[in-house]
Design a protein around this ligand. Structure first.
Ligand code: PMP
Length: 299
């Protein structure tokens, strides 16, 4: 197997040498931001949108990323190229940097930038055929006026707790409610329901990350002629929906067929979800920033 190269503060290093200090405030305090990005057949899906979201998250926590957006785009593409991947998941992390044990971010020297590209491991393929079961959990979504769920920060403890609750319930994913009981999102994905041919997803203010896949699915659904409404909804609306699905960079579009023991629709992925997934998969291989513009087959 060829070497895996990781971008670390302006250089490519091997996986074994990709190390950062235990005094990094990303490690000590979850002080930093990140992105998850996908490459499909040598096309980076909505890279500009991911970079914009990263810089917005950084701005929100007053973290100055040491590269311009153009430079960052270049480094992401270079990381994929260096590893010669056609299909990959990219993890881009910017931490506050190395400081001391104190909380004060002003003692950190310089933000650290890490770009990891890995050949993809997805949800097992059969789950796209069968759909998944989820539960709603007791852990509530962070309120928007505390740490905004729109900031994709390294502080994912809220989401980790949700994942633990899902495991305790013997399922792989869960729906999070906000402090008022409205459905916000999954632990690492956005949620959609379909009722009477209308597609619904919670608006950002309910407490969801503004997912790049979510936006792509809204656009695809509209192109296919669906009415899409960004409206708050409750657990009850989920239980009685015709179809439910989750969207995310890792999850893509995955049907949910059981929620809190209630079977959704016929208990199998519904026709609308299948159509949206099909169109999503068709678009991701043709859209995006080309990693290998000369179309050289490096596979
Ligand atoms: N919500 C949360 C909490 C997430 O971590 C993610 C994954 N980034 C999403 C939603 C989906 O967003 P995207 O489609 O941009 O991956």
């Amino acid at each position: 197997m060829s070497e895996q190269w990781i971008f670390l503060n302006g250089e490519f290093v091997t996986k074994e040498n990709a190390k950062i200090s235990v005094y990094d405030h990303g490690f000590l305090y979850g002080d930093g931001v990140f992105e998850g990005i996908r490459v499909y057949s040598g096309n980076v899906f909505r890279l500009r949108e991911h970079i914009d979201r990263l810089y917005n998250s950084a701005k929100s926590i007053l973290l100055t990323i040491p590269y311009t957006k153009e430079e960052m785009i270049h480094y992401v593409v270079e990381t994929i190229r260096k590893n010669q991947y056609q299909d990959a998941y990219i993890r881009l992390v910017v931490s506050r940097g190395v400081g001391d044990l104190g909380l004060d971010p002003y003692n950190c020297q310089k933000p650290q930038v890490v770009i990891i590209a890995e050949p993809l491991t997805l949800f097992p393929k059969h789950l796209y055929e069968t759909g998944i079961e989820v539960v709603t959990v007791a852990t509530r979504r962070n309120r928007s006026d505390v740490l905004s769920p729109k900031v994709k920060s390294l502080n994912y403890l809220n989401n980790v707790l949700v994942k633990i609750e899902a495991h305790l319930a013997n399922v792989s994913e869960a729906l999070i409610l906000n402090d008022q009981g409205y459905v916000a999102e999954g632990s690492g994905d956005n949620v959609f329901i379909i009722k009477d041919n209308v597609v619904y997803t919670p608006p950002g203010y309910v407490g969801a990350l503004e997912g790049i896949t979510r936006q792509a699915i809204i656009e695809i659904a509209q192109d296919l002629g669906y009415v899409v409404k960004e409206e708050p909804f409750t657990r009850h609306d989920v239980y009685v929906a015709d179809e439910v699905f989750l969207t995310g960079t890792a999850a893509e579009v995955i049907a949910v067929v059981k929620v809190d023991g209630r079977v959704i629709g016929e208990g199998v992925p519904g026709p609308h979800t299948k159509r949206l997934l099909e169109e999503f998969r068709r678009r991701v291989v043709s859209e995006g920033v080309k990693v290998y513009p000369t179309n050289v087959n490096v596979g």
